[in-house]
Design a protein around this ligand. Structure first.
Ligand code: URA
Length: 272
């Protein structure tokens, strides 16, 4: 032990301080832990609702999220406007992220509430968690610059597949996205955008129920249909801005996606 450290505790303290300085803010295992599957007991739900079958994406064993999904449906469908939806999400305790990763607040949406375009990202990160708004960190600033350059900055509402920060910024699990999905769908129904931009692989898989990677799906229009079949909208998967920060050479693909989207948004609607 170096002379500067008189106790093991001091050594540990110094190491922790080093990690904190280096930006480490969570201790993680190599693989994500699905706490619903692990039998975590969630706090009691606030609204009693009938149990509905949870959507099944693969044949593999899924945790039972039917109560939480049913509760989310009940809360979401009762919300008659965005303000009520925000209040409903804030009371929802069926998503474990609310207790595992997030600081204190739900991160729900920002932007124009009558936007013709909704951008759906993956999940809030540390900056979003601190400020309570989606896409306000480095990736968000890049997204804003790209939207502004495409003339879309006043024409978007931005949200995520889940409303609480996953610990250590891991990708949200299928179950976490499914319990938040009724709120995302209700947001789409209330905002009534004409199209969706899906930023990254996570929202693309969650909303479109596809398994292909984002690099093969980006730039391809795919219809999104709501769970009850009542709404269908064109959706365009694109690269996540955080990926673009790591791979600047890929920006040209995201830019061409945004141009295609703007062209479609500005195209006259209905028969010519
Ligand atoms: N990444 C996302 O997907 N969403 C955010 O809100 C911030 C970063």
């Amino acid at each position: 032990m170096p002379a500067a450290y008189s106790t093991q505790a001091q050594m540990a303290e110094s190491l922790l301080a080093f990690w904190v300085d280096a930006g480490v803010d969570a201790m993680l295992l190599d693989d994500p832990v699905d706490r619903i599957a692990a039998g975590r007991v969630l706090p009691p739900q606030r609204v009693a609702a009938p149990v509905v079958a949870a959507p099944v994406r693969t044949a593999s064993r899924q945790p039972d999220i039917s109560d939480a999904v049913a509760n989310a449906h009940a809360l979401a469908s009762a919300a008659q406007n965005l303000e009520a939806l925000v209040a409903a999400i804030a009371t929802f305790d069926g998503c474990p992220l609310r207790f595992d990763g997030a600081a204190s607040q739900a991160v729900i949406y920002r932007g124009n509430i009558s936007a013709p375009l909704m951008v759906i990202g993956e999940a809030p990160g540390a900056d979003e968690d601190a400020l309570g708004q989606p896409f306000v960190g480095r990736a968000g600033k890049l997204l804003d610059r790209m939207l502004a350059a495409a003339g879309l900055d006043e024409r978007v509402l931005i949200t995520n597949t889940v409303f609480w920060r996953p610990p250590g910024n891991r990708t949200p699990t299928y179950a976490e996205q499914e319990v938040c999905a009724p709120f995302v769908e209700r947001m789409i129904a209330l905002v009534r955008p004409r199209m969706l931009l899906l930023a990254g692989g996570a929202p693309t898989k969650a909303l479109l129920k596809v398994e292909d990677g984002i690099l093969s799906l980006r730039g391809r229009w795919i219809d999104w249909t709501s769970a009850d079949g009542s709404m269908t909208l064109p959706a365009l998967p694109t690269l996540h801005p955080a990926f673009l920060l790591r791979q600047p050479a890929a920006k040209k693909h995201a830019w061409s996606d945004l141009l295609a989207l703007t062209e479609r948004l500005d195209r006259p609607v209905g028969p010519l």
